[in-house]
Design a protein around this ligand. Structure first.
Ligand code: BGC
Length: 865
């Protein structure tokens, strides 16, 4: 026991029943209960996964923002992910957080998932392996990582109510496998359950999942915490194994739990088991030496920026590059256009979102690359936002001219008391205020009132739109004139995790240079008349204020096409399109796979006028690209975090030679994807009808060509693999056996570049049941090779058990089936595949984890496989 650690059994013996119960739920949004008399400190938790937001959704302290997890998935680079995990651990220290709520390792069954951007991949091995690296990095700083959400939380629609109906085989082979790999190898100290039901029972109270699989079969000894407001029962959840209900104040573990103990629905020894888990987590947390209730600070360091820039650039996937249009030339005149060019699209929406230390736009990144910034021109083309861009940073305060606005909080409405006095006055810049964790001693209920005041000075004369989105009620005035009424008649929307309205808009003509007073009157969620079903209520709600000059789309597209066509004015053209956090967010799924209205027409017309224009797409999940066959040069650039714009520019200009590969398949149309008929809650359930044929497993099996396959990604150089040798180390115990491939990789092109190797295994032709044609079993990023250089790469050993097994529902066990398997090592470029067969002599069943996964335990709770 370390000096700061508590003696769990001694503490347990001294805790009163009330204290034990109090330890089993949070005290607020982000903290657990302290028992000072026994030296038990409070532990702080923070979201995850692409940064550490700290304890405040509301007006939070800025943080480092990593690329979203689909971007990280595209790197196929365990070392990089481990380094980023370590950075997250350091960021946790800056925010005083002992526990990081990430990584997210659900599976993208289809392109529409609102949180698809937040998970690594459609493939369980890529997802679980990168999650293990992420957790190891976080743990190396003595911070507790929390893989989430166990399990089948793969859509947002009715996420707390939906019953995910899935076969045991798909559950094991696709949805649980990332957790099995991550928990087995990295032994993270915490695990979060999902909101939904799995085959009829909510995951947070499912004994089969929590007790039988996670604890008994996988021997997991860490904490199991509910998703926020995802505990639904007293006895069932406790008896199944859910240790901690979050957030506080508790709904299920105060007097209700005492009553359940009194009536013997929950045994006291079960309570002791749950308390032990919490205390083990407290001990793990103490290793970080983070004091209780630490202040939250920024640590915006050059080394952080450098790592984030590497992550942003190394996640960009080169989808097409006909005629070697890319890389671009930094000394040429460049036109940059499109909705995503001049705005920082750095992260998706929901609990993953955070205010970043700083952001970079593609336009800024490109300007910084060219030999002179004057070489770069910009034109908008179309807008891409769903909600108007946030207004906060376009305002300044009347009092001192600071960027931002004044936020005042009242406990009474203006109508009730015209002479009311604000209990709190803040200066804010973000005009999206989600109040879940706003606290003030005089604010004693969820019913309160807010005003927002700032000065807007337009730079151009014209028609301006203002938008107001609320979970609550709101009115927006410009110079005393009511421009938006989101109070009198309200519509149900999906904002603020599904509880708020859509954006309501109004417009007004403004004159350049004139100062206008913008004023918003807002009442919190309980003042709304809307009643919403099947979503969790996040307390007092929130308000979002946006604004932008209205553009005439037809004219703006015309102008963009005219400029792009002018080859004498511009040598090269970059079109930046995509989605943003309005479109991809926790709380709702996308209704379709298309780009925002107008974007496709813009790209079509620009490509017709300028066939060598380079198209850059930023999205967390696939979008339809009806113009893809006309685009010669095409990049997929995700939400790249703080350094998104610089990362894109690094690849456009060839300072980074792309090696990234798609971590999920891009279908041609939505209807082509395997979850098409089963992707929303209908009658309270969603059928996982595609079974194990998720993503590429489906496209391979039915022989349908998607737009871009999982694993696709080009380079500015070329590679060839040869000389595959495969050492099979078999043992009588299937879980110890391994495959050790090695292969020679040669850079056959003219530029230095890194290579990604994907290792697939195809089942024996004699297999007893239908299996995917091939499945990813391992991958490896080969560091940069100079032109002409070749290197023999020894891939890390692969568990033979996992490489060969399917889940046998008749035996409730994995079956490593006898037969001749084929191992393919796939490199970059058409036909760059080397293959070899290997034989499993006899069929063997196994359960538990598997060999070669628990190679080392970093800050783990078990420390062994
Ligand atoms: C999300 C979790 C998150 C939690 C706390 C929930 O809505 O599903 O992923 O960690 O909120 O913000």
């Amino acid at each position: 026991m370390k000096p700061t650690e508590i003696d769990i059994e001694a503490v347990l013996a001294q805790l009163s029943l009330d204290e034990k119960v109090a330890l089993l739920s949070g005290i607020d949004g982000w903290h657990t209960k302290a028992i000072p008399r026994l030296g038990v400190p409070s532990v702080r938790m923070s979201d995850g996964p692409n940064g550490v937001r700290g304890t405040r959704f509301f007006n939070g302290v800025p943080a480092a923002c990593l690329p979203c997890e689909t971007a990280l998935g595209a790197t196929f680079d365990q070392d990089l992910i481990r380094q980023l995990g370590q950075l997250l651990g350091q960021e946790c220290k800056a925010k005083g957080a002992h526990v990081l709520l990430g990584p997210t390792i659900n599976i993208q069954r289809g392109p529409l998932g609102g949180r698809g951007f937040e998970s690594f991949s459609e493939d369980p091995v890529l997802s679980g392996t990168l999650a293990a690296s992420y957790c190891e990095g976080v743990s190396s700083e003595n911070i507790i990582a929390t893989p989430k959400h166990l399990v089948c939380n793969d859509q947002e629609h009715e996420r707390v109510a939906v019953n995910s109906i899935v076969t045991d085989r798909a559950l094991r082979e696709i949805y649980l496998l990332p957790f099995q790999i991550a928990l087995g190898r990295a032994r993270p100290g915490a695990l979060m359950t999902s909101y939904n039901k799995v085959n009829g029972t909510h995951a947070s109270e499912d004994p089969r999942l929590l007790r039988d699989i996670v604890r008994q079969e996988w021997k997991y000894e860490g904490l199991i915490v509910s998703d926020w407001f995802g505990t639904y029962s007293v006895s069932e959840a406790l008896n199944a194994g859910l240790d901690l209900e979050m957030p506080g104040m508790s709904h299920f573990r105060g007097p209700s739990l005492i009553h359940a103990i009194t009536s013997n629905k929950v045994k006291e020894h079960t309570i002791d088991e749950r308390v032990r888990s919490v205390l083990r987590m407290v001990n793990l947390a103490s290793r970080s030496n983070i004091p209780e209730m630490a202040p939250e600070v920024q640590r915006n360091l050059p080394a952080t920026s450098a790592l984030l820039r590497r992550a942003a650039s190394e996640s960009v996937v080169l989808l097409k590059n006909e005629g070697n249009i890319l890389p671009l030339n930094p000394s040429k005149k460049t036109l940059v256009l499109g909705p995503n060019a001049n705005i920082a699209t750095y992260c998706g929406g929901g609990s993953a979102s955070l205010p970043a230390y700083y952001t970079t736009t593609p336009l800024q990144g490109i300007r910084a690359k060219t030999t002179s910034p004057d070489l770069v021109s910009f034109t908008q083309g179309v807008y891409g936002h769903k909600e108007l861009p946030l207004l906060g940073e376009q305002l300044c305060t009347a009092e001192d001219g600071r960027v931002g606005y004044t936020f005042r909080v009242y406990t009474e409405s203006k109508e009730a008391n015209p002479a009311r006095v604000a209990v709190d006055t803040l200066h804010m810049t973000s005009s999206s205020a989600f109040l879940m964790d706003y606290m003030h001693p005089q604010v004693k209920s969820d019913v309160y009132y807010v005003t927002m005041d700032g000065t807007f000075t337009p730079t151009e004369t014209g028609e301006y739109e203002f938008g107001l989105t609320v979970a609550g009620t709101g009115l927006l005035y410009v110079d005393g004139k009511l421009v938006v009424d989101n109070k009198t008649h309200q519509r149900q929307g999906t904002s603020f995790f599904g509880i708020g309205t859509p954006e309501e808009r109004g417009s007004i003509h403004l004159t350049a240079g004139q100062k206008y007073a913008v004023h918003v009157d807002y009442g919190t969620a309980p003042t709304s008349n809307l009643k919403v079903k099947n979503v969790v209520s996040f307390g007092p709600g929130g308000v979002r204020v946006g604004g932008a000059r209205r553009i005439e789309p037809a004219q703006a597209v015309e102008e963009a096409v005219r400029l792009a066509a002018d080859t004498s004015a511009f040598d090269q053209v970059v079109v930046c399109i995509g989605l943003n956090s309005d479109w991809e967010s926790e709380g709702f799924d996308r209704p379709h796979m298309d780009l925002p209205a107008g974007s496709d027409e813009l790209v079509h017309r620009v490509l017709a006028a300028r066939p060598d224009a380079v198209v850059v797409v930023q999205s967390g999940t696939p979008v339809t690209m009806p113009w893809a066959s006309n685009a010669k040069a095409l990049l997929q650039a995700w939400y790249g975090g703080n350094e998104a714009g610089n990362g894109i520019a690094d690849v456009l200009f060839g300072d980074v030679n792309p090696a990234a590969k798609l971590p999920l398949t891009f279908p041609v149309t939505l209807a082509q994807n395997p979850s098409y008929l089963n992707y929303r809650s209908e009658g309270g359930r969603v059928l996982y009808g595609e079974d194990v044929y998720v993503g590429y497993r489906y496209y391979d099996a039915v022989g349908v060509q998607p737009l871009f396959r999982f694993g696709h990604g080009l380079s500015y150089t070329s590679f060839a693999s040869s000389g595959l040798s495969l050492a099979v180390q078999d043992t009588p115990k299937v879980t110890d056996a391994s495959l050790s491939p090695s292969v020679t990789v040669k850079n056959t092109g003219e530029r230095a570049g890194a290579e990604v190797l994907q290792v697939y295994v195809a089942p024996p032709p004699t297999t007893a049941l239908r299996r995917p044609i091939r499945e990813l079993k391992a991958f490896h990023k080969v560091p940069v090779l100079a032109p002409g250089e070749s290197r023999t790469v020894h891939l890390p050993p692969i568990s033979l058990a996992l490489a060969t097994s399917y889940w046998d529902e008749n035996r409730d066990a994995w079956l490593s089936e006898a037969g001749a398997y084929t191992l393919h090592v796939v490199g970059t470029g058409a036909d760059n595949v080397v293959s070899q067969t290997f034989v499993v002599e006899s069929s063997r069943w196994w359960t538990g984890l598997h060999g070669n996964v628990a190679t080392k335990a970093v800050n783990g709770v078990n420390g062994h496989a």
